[in-house]
Design a protein around this ligand. Sequence first.
Ligand SMILES: O=P(O)(O)OC[C@H]1O[C@H](OP(=O)(O)OP(=O)(O)O)[C@H](O)[C@@H]1O
Ligand SMILES: O=c1cc[nH]c(=O)[nH]1
Ligand SMILES: [Mg+2]
Length: 211
Amino acid sequence: MRLHVVDHPLVAHKLTTLRDARTDSPTFRRLADELVTLLAYEATRDVRTDPVEISTPVTTTTGVRLSHPRPMVVPILRAGLGMLEGMVRLLPTAEVGFLGMIRDEDTLQPSTYASRMPDDLSGRQVYALDPMLATGGTLVAGIQELISRGADDVTALCLLAAPEGVALMERELAGTPVTVVTASVDSRLDEHGFIVPGLGDAGDRMYGTAG
Ligand SMILES: O=P(O)(O)OC[C@H]1O[C@H](OP(=O)(O)OP(=O)(O)O)[C@H](O)[C@@H]1O
Ligand SMILES: O=c1cc[nH]c(=O)[nH]1
Ligand SMILES: [Mg+2]
């Protein structure tokens, strides 16, 4: 597994406001959207392309276009849904699948309540979206599902990661073609499995709910 922490002052600036408990839901959604687009720029560095001949008004030249099959983007509901628009802004031709997953608040174990994507992801590059990599249980299970369907290159975009989650990913997904791109690896998890300093419950802050 590869880990890429995007070190950029604009990312740090937006992330600071995202963390701030005073930031309201509309602002939180807008900042998450903007941050994803900045992370997506790094996360798509190895997106597959093919050469293509085109004519400019002056001459012919060789450029590139995205390869087929097209990349697949998979937000992990609920909070990952808030990252979808920011991602497909950069990859408008991507296909979109969905994974609905929830972490039990007591056991911290993830379970999957919805899955809507092709059975066969052979040869596909997949971008999984989940704002929070905390214990790592959710993302490990989600990525294992993508790999079991044949995905041969998975990049997870997370706004925040905890060292514990990164370690679990490294252990459970060793030897797999997985990259994690994040804006920050924070200090630790608290006794409830929340990232510290973190930003709280991403889904609740995004959608203005509690739970
Ligand atoms: O790394 P983990 O310890 O598994 O925790 C991270 C997960 O927790 C949050 O989802 P949550 O279960 O709160 O669902 P939600 O997005 O519907 O709020 C978050 O969006 C991740 O999916
Ligand atoms: O800090 C955390 C951990 C898990 N899920 C969240 O939304 N936030
Ligand atoms: Mg939640």
